[in-house]
Ligand binder design. Structure first.
Ligand code: FMN
Length: 362
């Protein structure tokens, strides 16, 4: 018998979301939806994890706007055919007792132009994708209004399709994060400037989504300090800066923060053991998910072992009330029954994640 992660297995109850446990599936892009329409295999992929006991499925990133897609086989959250397909997936997940929310995404400059011949150039806050790297076009005022509208429409569509909420992707160096990041937001207008000015784009997106669906529909927000363009980047260097960053987002109506770190057990700031999610909960009073390296080797780097007993460490964080739950990514690719096996004391029967799982994504 492996020890039960008793706190992770407790239900989660908030005004907008009720879950059977504290384990979410982290959003993971699959790129297996020809013409951007998710098919029966996508439904089976999510259904397997719901049957395996996952409390909350967060889908792969789903573009809200044609210019926000990274590639042609990533399923959209707009267009009649896509929305009908998502509705079928939601129904399948609900049928087996699962909950599911889509991750709403705009990749900004990080799109593959070969997949979109003849389309407009990629867009970004200031025409750079990372420091010193000119790319595509600067967003105009009317582009920004169109993107706010697209996020709001996608949130309404998600509600109409029966999803249990939405997650807005503000992490990892995509469009929203490029507004946050001082190194890539050089704007002098109301969408740039100091830390609070740079959060305005995200806060207005949240506000637009909230206006569209009213107070009861769950809206969570994912953000990260790290960027795929620079793992050492920081939006906030101390708790004071983090508080200033989070306040406009909280005021705009975020129900839960999903704080993406690469190693969840690491303290965020000196002088306290709290990680990024722990600080976010302390500063906002909102529930939080932590993520990064639960039962899987260190992310992106050459294979290195994960924290020994990472599940017990995550369980302890929930037991202490520092975080409300964890998102699990690669471990759930390795074994769709990961939750069920931990809950049965059979953690040692789990099929471990292997690099090859990244190509099958089954
Ligand atoms: C194949 C793959 C695809 C991913 N795609 C996304 C994505 O679409 N959106 C996102 O926010 N994070 C994405 N991530 C990051 C994961 O959500 C998660 O933060 C990361 O894998 C760390 O969690 P883990 O150590 O449990 O795997 C992806 C990760 C992987 C491995």
């Amino acid at each position: 018998m492996t020890p039960l992660p008793a706190s992770l297995l407790k239900p989660f109850v908030s005004p907008t979301l009720v879950l059977r446990n504290r384990i979410a599936m982290a959003p993971m892009t699959r790129g297996k939806s020809p013409r951007a329409v998710p098919g029966a295999d996508v439904a089976a992929y999510y259904r397997r994890r719901a049957e395996g006991g996952v409390g909350l499925l967060i889908t792969e990133g789903t573009p809200v706007h044609p210019l926000g897609s990274p590639g042609a086989s990533v399923p959209n959250m707009f267009g009649e055919e896509c929305l009908a397909a998502w509705k079928r997936i939601v129904d399948e997940v609900h049928c087996v007792g699962g909950k599911i929310i889509p991750q709403l995404w705009h990749v900004g400059p990080l799109r593959n132009p070969r997949d979109f011949p003849g389309s407009r150039l990629p867009v970004s806050p200031s025409g750079i994708g990372k420091p010193g790297d000119p790319v595509g076009e600067v967003l105009t005022e009317s582009d920004i209004a169109e993107i706010l509208r697209a996020f709001a429409d996608a949130t309404r569509h998600a509600k109409e399709a029966g999803f249990d909420g939405v997650e807005i992707h503000g992490a990892h160096g995509y469009l929203i994060d490029l507004f946050f990041w001082q190194a890539t937001n050089l704007r002098r207008d109301a969408w740039g400037g100091d830390l609070v000015g740079r959060t305005r784009f995200a806060a207005e997106i949240v506000r637009a989504c909230r206006r569209e669906v009213g107070p009861g529909f769950h809206i969570q927000f994912r953000y990260s300090q790290w960027k795929q363009q620079d793992y050492t980047a920081k939006l906030a260097r101390d708790p004071g800066e983090l508080a200033r960053f989070l306040e406009p987002l909280t005021d705009a109506g975020v129900d839960l923060f999903h704080c993406s770190s690469r190693r969840f057990w690491e303290a965020e700031f000196e002088g306290s053991p709290l990680n990024l999610a722990g600080w976010t909960k302390k500063l906002t009073g909102r529930p939080v998910l932590t993520v990064g390296g639960v039962d899987a080797e260190r992310f992106v780097e050459p294979a290195q072992p994960c924290l020994p007993d990472s599940v017990a460490a995550a369980d302890l964080m929930v037991a202490r009330g520092e975080v409300d739950g964890v998102a699990v990514g690669r471990a759930l690719l390795g074994d769709p029954r990961w939750v069920e096996k931990w809950a049965a004391g059979a953690g040692d029967e789990i099929r471990r994640f292997a690099k090859a799982d990244l190509s099958t994504l089954a």
